[in-house]
Design a protein around this ligand. Structure first.
Ligand code: SF4
Ligand code: SF4
Length: 98
């Protein structure tokens, strides 16, 4: 998972306000999901506009941006569904864990 860089491809409206991290720096999160998550967010990359809203709102900082598309780190995602609710383009769906 790639972390976003503060470059000119970030929308003008938040270029100066985008935090380098949403929660903790990579490598700090210590508690791997131990199998209790019942649903997981699945990003439709075709529809993702790269707006960073899910990235900014994920309480666990488990969403990164990969080539302008949201990417979830399932090792740490707790399945709360906030990202799916906040996405303005409805391109994240919560799907049952198998
Ligand atoms: S379901 Fe919750 S923890 Fe998982 S990526 Fe979305 S907002 Fe983050
Ligand atoms: S909120 Fe939706 S459109 Fe925006 S980056 Fe996340 S998945 Fe993509």
């Amino acid at each position: 998972m790639m972390r976003p860089e503060l470059t000119s491809d970030i929308p003008e409206w938040n270029a100066g306000n985008l935090p380098p991290d949403t929660c903790c720096r990579a490598g700090i999160l210590a508690d791997l999901n131990a199998g209790w998550r019942t649903v997981r967010p699945v990003v439709d990359a075709e529809r993702c506009k790269g707006c960073y809203k899910c990235y900014l709102h994920c309480p666990d900082g488990t969403i990164g941006m990969d080539s302008g598309k949201a990417s979830v780190d399932y090792n740490f995602c707790k399945g709360c569904g906030i990202c799916a609710r906040i996405c303005p383009f409805d391109c994240i769906t919560m799907e049952a864990e198998e």
